[in-house]
Design a binder for this molecule. Structure first.
Ligand SMILES: [Cu+2]
Length: 140
């Protein structure tokens, strides 16, 4: 039984240490690198551990800022959701600064692309890979 307890202690120490070291973005909606044909109405960021969101900005490729309202709560949380205004077709970059429970600040970013949906209808088939590839090259 004593050995079992020691294993538990060692394991939990290891887990918490690695969680602090590697906290970052676990997933997001839209996903990082997503190419969308319909504007998202919310931005969701899920980090790999509870963090405080110190700073969050979102810009298109013309450096136009998209206003986002930071949560007023000072408690750490892993998942954040933000209502987005109507977005135009553009490349968007989301930059964040987070503070983990160990007090370390970390920066990161993700980006996604919103394509012009003017040519799309509700019944339009998904864009082909060829189109996405050429569009993506054109954006750069
Ligand atoms: Cu593209």
């Amino acid at each position: 039984m004593k050995l079992f307890n020691n294993v538990l202690v060692v394991t939990s120490l290891f887990l918490s240490a690695s969680a602090f070291a590697h906290v970052g973005l676990g997933s997001s909606m839209p996903a990082n690198g997503a190419m969308l044909s319909q504007a998202p109405t919310t931005l969701e960021l899920t980090f790999t551990a509870p963090v405080r969101l110190v700073k969050l900005t979102m810009q298109d490729d013309k450096q136009q800022s998209v206003p986002l309202t930071l949560p007023s709560s000072a408690t750490s949380q892993a998942a954040f959701s933000f209502a987005l205004p109507a977005l135009n077709a553009a490349n968007y970059t989301v930059n964040w600064m987070i503070m983990g429970d160990d007090g370390h600040k970390m920066k990161g970013n993700m980006s996604f692309m919103l394509h012009d949906s003017g040519m799309n209808t509700r019944s339009a088939p998904p864009m082909t890979m060829e189109h996405e590839t050429s569009e993506h090259t054109a954006h750069q």
